[in-house]
Design a protein around this ligand. Structure first.
Ligand SMILES: C[S@@+](CC[C@H](N)C(=O)[O-])C[C@H]1O[C@@H](n2cnc3c(N)ncnc32)[C@H](O)[C@@H]1O
Length: 285
């Protein structure tokens, strides 16, 4: 049976299935069988602009003109980019108070390299950069070289916003304390706030599909891969976590989202550690 919106837009079962396959192949996102309302909502603008009224035709068009930018627009529309500053707080505190001190005490080679895999509009990697700043203030002269952060995402739209590093009051209220706002942002004439250049300078934003090879990125001491694998199949999630393990330097740590955990099959690749504040992270073993 076809799904119809109130104004008569229809998605047939066949079109929906084609779109599910397209999306999973393109970016790993598994669309449940009852998400037609979401797809209708997010795809209507693109379909209207193309003056077509079928998802099946849309998938065909993407196949016929792979360089038209259409696939990119669909991925931008279909990814969920929900994020906020210092999301869940504890992993960021653990980074400053446990992970970084341990890595340095173990004498890992510097500069330290961090990766925010699926960085959305920048809140996660900029929060990591602020944590590095706080670490430097708390433990002066401990770091010999400036750490760097690679931040990747599949959505060109959020990457563009992230590179600007400029946010309105509403988005800053989501997780950022007044103290951090005052220390790490400059207020602009338009009442938006820009990340201070010293915090932004550590972060290098790059396009990366997590389904593709990570070889171009190099190796890392810390990887934050949070709130993205929840959209993928179990097999895809395992594959990505195996490949992330291969990017970790000896002693390197993986941090997952608050509701996420390591699949049982990967327990030999990572050692589970718990910081005093209760947050869990996974060390390459
Ligand atoms: C819900 S946000 C999470 C952002 C951040 N990590 C956090 O925890 O707040 C998920 C992000 O994953 C990105 N994403 C989805 N599929 C991806 C893929 N195949 N490769 C890279 N990024 C992807 C989306 O574009 C989105 O920005």
């Amino acid at each position: 049976m076809a799904y119809s919106t109130e104004d008569g837009f229809q998605i047939t079962q066949e079109d929906y299935q084609q779109f599910q396959v397209f999306l999973q192949d393109a970016c790993g996102i598994v669309l449940g069988d009852n998400k037609q309302y979401l797809v209708a909502n997010r795809m209507r603008r693109i379909l209207d602009e193309l003056q077509i009224n079928s998802l099946g035709l849309l998938v065909q068009r993407i196949g016929q003109s792979p360089r038209s930018g259409l696939k990119e627009s669909v991925i931008n529309a279909m990814t969920t980019n929900e994020t906020f500053w210092f999301r869940d707080a504890l992993p960021f505190d653990a980074l400053r108070d446990v992970i970084l001190p341990q890595l340095l005490a173990d004498g890992v080679p510097e500069p330290l390299r961090l990766w925010s895999a699926a960085c959305s509009s920048g809140q996660e990697p900029y929060s990591l950069s602020m944590i590095i700043e706080e670490f430097k203030r708390k433990y002066p002269a401990t770091l010999r070289r400036e750490p760097s952060i690679v931040a990747t995402d599949i959505s060109s739209a959020v990457l563009n916003a992230a590179r600007q590093g400029c946010y309105d009051r509403l988005s800053l209220r989501r997780g950022l304390s007044d103290g951090r706002l005052a220390q790490f942002f400059d207020e602009n004439a338009d009442r938006r706030y820009s990340i201070k250049p010293a915090i932004a300078a550590r972060v290098d934003f790059r396009f990366l599909n997590l389904l593709d090879s990570f070889a171009v990125l190099g190796t890392f001491d810390v990887v934050f891969c949070r709130n993205v694998l929840i959209y993928f199949s179990a097999a895809r999630k395992q594959d990505i976590l195996r490949r992330i393990r291969a990017t970790l330097r000896p002693g390197g740590c993986l941090v997952l989202g608050a509701s996420e955990s390591l699949p049982i099959d990967l327990k030999s690749l990572y050692q589970i550690e718990r910081a005093d504040n209760g947050s869990t992270f996974y060390r390459a073993s």
